[in-house]
Design a protein around this ligand. Structure first.
Ligand SMILES: [Zn+2]
Length: 134
């Protein structure tokens, strides 16, 4: 018989590694999320997966802004997951501010590749800020 063991969080060791804890509730991840949130000029950030999905779906009327926030969310979850794996498989770690730099670099690269399709007047200032802040 196979028994699945839920491991402890790699970041804090104080909770089980669930989706909501790893990406939303863990203090280590929250530090990264709050940095991304500030950088994206977001007033609020949801700390539960179901609220996050609802918020993403209904909160952004501007297509360019919505695409940027989706890319920011994808990069944030990807880099949190990669940091978790770095700790498990490579026995190395980065600080939240170092992971935040990786997220900013990835978003700047994505935006620079898609600027002709991405930039409109409503998000031109935001794009300039992102591309010059790295
Ligand atoms: Zn944790």
């Amino acid at each position: 018989m196979y028994t699945q063991i839920q491991p402890a969080c790699e970041f804090c060791s104080n909770a089980l590694e669930t989706r909501d804890h790893l990406f939303f509730a863990c203090q280590w991840s929250r530090t990264v999320l709050e940095a991304v949130c500030d950088w994206c000029c977001l007033d609020n950030w949801h700390y539960r997966f179901d609220n996050w999905c609802r918020w993403l779906k209904f909160s952004f009327q501007d297509k360019g802004r919505r695409q940027f926030i989706y890319a920011a969310m994808a990069a944030t979850t990807y880099h949190i997951w990669m940091e978790r794996n770095r700790r498990i498989f490579r026995h190395a770690s980065l600080r939240p501010d170092q992971v935040f730099v990786l997220i900013k670099r990835e978003l700047a690269l994505r935006i620079s590749l898609y600027v002709p399709n991405f930039v409109n007047w409503s998000n031109r200032v935001m794009v300039h800020r992102i591309l010059t802040a790295i």
